[in-house]
Design a protein around this ligand. Structure first.
Ligand SMILES: Cc1cc2nc3c(=O)[nH]c(=O)nc-3n(C[C@H](O)[C@H](O)[C@H](O)COP(=O)(O)OP(=O)(O)OC[C@H]3O[C@@H](n4cnc5c(N)ncnc54)[C@H](O)[C@@H]3O)c2cc1C
Length: 411
């Protein structure tokens, strides 16, 4: 008699469920038994959280349920944190003591804010890394402004996040009496990843605004009502926002995925950990041989590539190389301007902020787990709210409306 044995589904564990991890989960078919692990219940669209500073978007428009996304893809979501990883035994233990064995794993845990060991930064400054952080900034700033007292806001960091935070603060409060917004950057220009003209465009755009740039100096200490700079200057600070970029989680080293603390998890061209080829690393936590910008679109592409390579390996095939797609970087600067930085050209013009809005709307629509009509309704609601709030902001400021026609090439 012939006994039919059902083939066991390969077990995949995905640790970390935002851009990288969820893209991997969505790309894995039901023929895999995938478990997705993350302590935080919401997918968060981080590239647009600056809009919480001006409150032009509500927090709910930047979040989706991770459990629903994972379950809609036919997999299991466990709301818990990976505590210990034993790669030799192919097993992860969670904070609550759950042991999760796997055949293949994807590590997509992102990074953590880098405070550069600056005294007071972690304890006093507002972090800029989640919807919760930026919602708190928006609420606190609004309360300060309502109090009628002068408000000195210090933004540390002149990268994309710092410039976007500055733009939103000026969008909402730039014409209000008593506000001063200071931006501190260690390099001699903001948005240093692009051409030098970007710095001039940002500073020039603030000519008539209460914005002050402190370039080429770092922060020595963040105190309750002041920020001390290494050039000896002290800035009064009713609020300080920290946008110092990301650094690797210390866990990567303790899990055996990085050689030392402070290192991103090294990967080969297939996104496999060289130490443990059954573990793929996707998103910000991956340390590629040729470093890539820590960007959401790369994280999503890496998640899909990791999942496809797991499918190939499980069928006895060979993995394919990860090829980063050359997408331009979009930087919004409130109602003042927006920038599109591509390899060959950099464009400026406030209307480019609609391109950033379109990227956001499209990504939220794609991640939304609802059935088709529900997804369409959610997208329509997000579009209506964004359209209403932005139209209102332009209606209240005709100068901003006129600026929409202003396009330039930046060098
Ligand atoms: C303010 C801001 C603005 C940005 N703007 C842009 C932009 O304009 N364009 C762009 O492309 N990119 C932008 N980025 C970068 C982009 O958001 C990141 O590149 C992207 O989030 C990386 O995705 P990820 O999945 O690798 O990591 P993350 O999105 O950081 O997700 C990591 C996940 O891992 C989970 N996790 C962490 N530790 C554990 C653990 N031990 N166990 C289980 N789960 C864990 C976390 O809870 C989180 O859900 C911005 C980022 C910020 C903060």
């Amino acid at each position: 008699m012939k006994i039919l044995r059902r083939k066991k589904k390969p077990r995949v564990l995905i640790v970390g469920a935002n851009f990288g991890g969820l893209s991997a989960a969505k790309a894995l078919p039901g023929s895999f038994r995938a478990t997705v692990l993350d302590p935080w219940p919401y997918f968060e669209f981080l590239p647009n959280i600056h809009e919480l500073v001006s409150r032009i978007k509500p927090p709910r428009d930047l979040r989706l349920s991770k459990r629903k996304i994972v379950e809609a893809a036919g997999h299991r979501f466990v709301q818990d944190r990976a505590a210990t990883w034993r790669p030799e035994e192919k097993c992860v233990r969670t904070e609550s003591g759950l042991e999760i064995p796997y055949d293949y794993a994807v590590c997509a845990v992102g990074g953590v804010s880098n405070f550069f060991n600056t005294p007071g930064a972690r304890e006093i400054a507002f972090n800029f890394k989640s919807v919760e952080n930026c919602h708190a900034i928006g609420k606190t700033l609004a309360a300060h402004m309502r109090s009628g007292k002068p408000c000195s806001l210090v933004i540390v960091g002149g990268g994309i996040e710092g410039v976007e935070a500055l733009g939103e603060a000026l969008r909402r409060y730039g014409d209000k009496p008593g506000i001063a917004v200071h931006l501190v950057e260690g390099r001699d220009r903001v948005l240093a990843f692009g051409p030098p003209g970007l710095h001039d465009a940002v500073v020039g755009g603030c000519r008539t605004m209460p914005a002050f740039f402190h370039m080429g100096t770092s922060v020595k200490r963040v105190a309750k009502n002041a920020v001390e700079l290494s050039n000896g200057e002290t800035i009064t600070a009713d609020m300080t926002i920290w946008t110092g970029g990301v650094k690797p989680l210390a866990d990567l080293a303790s899990w055996g995925l990085a050689n030392e603390s402070g290192q991103w998890a090294p990967v080969n061209e297939f996104l496999q950990s060289p130490m443990h080829p059954d573990i793929f690393v996707a998103g910000d936590s991956a340390g590629l041989k040729t470093p890539l910008g820590k960007q959401a679109y790369h994280a999503m592409d890496m998640g899909v590539c990791a999942a496809q390579n797991i499918i190939r390996l499980s069928k006895g095939g060979s993995p394919r190389k990860f090829k980063p797609s050359p997408k331009p970087t979009l930087v919004a600067f409130g109602a003042l301007d927006a920038f599109l930085v591509a390899d060959s050209i950099t464009l400026a013009g406030p209307a480019l902020s609609f391109a950033k809005e379109a990227v956001y709307q499209n990504a939220m629509h794609r991640f939304d787990p609802g059935w088709k009509p529900a997804r369409a309704a959610h997208t329509a609601a997000r579009l209506t709210r964004a359209g209403f709030n932005k139209t209102l902001s332009y209606a209240l400021s005709p100068k901003d409306l006129i600026r929409l026609g202003n396009f330039r090439v930046i060098r």
